[in-house]
Design a binder for this molecule. Structure first.
Ligand code: TRP
Length: 375
């Protein structure tokens, strides 16, 4: 049987899971599992690049992992980045293969550091925010992923990952890293219902996104108050707000309602209340399914966390394999872990102890040491 191609993607534990993120990314991740060998990371190291609180960081990381599983990601495909700390070690090595010039052209860094400056009071910009794309390259390269499902905003980072991989391979004269390709899938682009000219996003504030795990009443209220006509629409054109509501219906696969309401629109008989009602019903139905699963996971919180820890440990093995080879290839030394089955003081460590003692404070004979070991 041919080996399945591998897919890797990650999500930052910041902000909530809203329908923009769900339809635009996570739902696609769920579907890709049928065709590829998938790994999905909750990247908590990445979430430290902007001002953060330690308590929230941990809470959000678990919450995101639970959300992913509730929406249909298989638990064995989920990992926590901080449980695979080799990513950060690889990130250092890769930083020595990343062009500084290219790093200074990363648009996400420019956008985020400007946003931070605009906020004023907390104008601190960390070096982590600057080097973040290298950690992202490590996330991808450490698993030798073939494909990375990304949106347009991440294309530049993926290009950087490929450049780093290529430079490493050239210098080591070995086709070691796989050059990851973007995996573009046609996904719905959902806009904010409060301002349909901007993307639905967590960072723009609560009213600009509809939480997948939100209370039914809240979802209905948000859809009900969706902006429809902004007064800027040309004659005969559908306004951005109405188009977004139709897009939501299509994304939610409420095709019957989508088609009959489209016919109403074309016939000039569309009532916005009907459209909104249909959108609210469709989103609430999806939400109800996921909320039920999340409640189930939460009532087995311990076990769910254990599951995620186990899958992270399993996924980590591959990361450890890669870093070991990277260190060998680049002339670094590898840490040898003690074999747990061997006696605590093996003969080798006995000898080491001996040399310490001999050249240190007092002298001790190897034979004496051996006695302590065997005892
Ligand atoms: N930078 C991505 C984002 O902001 C998150 C991310 C981190 C990621 N590491 C990754 C995405 C590796 C894909 C692959 O959304």
């Amino acid at each position: 049987m041919k080996k399945k191609k591998s897919v890797l993607s990650c999500i930052q534990p910041t902000g909530n899971l809203h329908f923009g993120r769900y339809f635009g990314a996570v739902e696609n991740w769920v579907n890709l599992q049928g065709q590829y060998d998938c790994k999905y990371g909750v990247v908590d190291y990445h979430a430290m690049t902007m001002p953060f609180s330690p308590k929230k960081l941990k809470e959000n990381a678990w919450d995101v992992a639970f959300n992913l599983i509730a929406t249909g990601i298989h638990p064995h495909n989920v990992f926590m980045q901080s449980l695979c700390p080799e990513h950060t070690e690889l990130s250092w090595v890769l930083s020595c293969f990343a062009s500084y010039g290219q790093m200074t052209r990363m648009t996400q860094f420019k956008d985020k550091s400007n946003q931070n400056k605009e906020k004023g009071e907390d104008a601190f910009i960390s070096t982590g925010l600057f080097t973040y794309p290298i950690l992202q390259a490590a996330d991808i390269l450490i698993y030798k992923a073939d494909y990375v499902p990304v949106g347009k905003d991440q294309e530049q980072h993926l290009e950087l990952s490929r450049n780093i991989a290529q430079r490493f391979n050239n210098q080591m004269r070995k086709e070691f890293f796989v050059l990851p390709e973007p995996l573009f899938t046609e996904v719905p682009k959902v806009m904010s219902t409060a301002d349909p000219t901007r993307k639905m996003s967590a960072s723009a504030g609560e009213k600009h996104n509809i939480d997948v795990f939100g209370e039914e009443q809240r979802i209905r209220k948000q859809v009900k108050s969706a902006v429809t006509d902004t007064g800027e629409t040309k004659e005969g054109e559908m306004s951005a707000g109405v188009a977004n509501l139709f897009e939501l219906l299509r994304a939610a696969k409420a095709m019957e309602a989508y088609e009959s309401l489209t016919t109403d629109y074309q016939g000039g008989r569309l009532k916005y209340v009907d459209l909104k009602q249909a959108v609210a019903d469709a989103l609430v139905a999806i939400s109800a399914r996921f909320r039920e699963r999340k409640a189930d996971l939460l009532s087995n919180k311990r076990a769910t966390k254990d599951l995620i820890k186990t899958s992270s440990a399993e996924i980590r093995k591959k990361a450890q394999e890669t870093i070991k080879e990277v260190k060998e290839l680049s002339g670094l030394l590898n840490v040898k872990f003690e074999d747990k089955k061997a006696p605590l003081f093996s003969f080798v460590s006995g000898k080491r102890e001996y040399l310490y003692k001999k050249y240190g404070a007092s002298s001790i004979k190897v034979t004496d040491l051996k006695k302590t070991v065997i005892k």
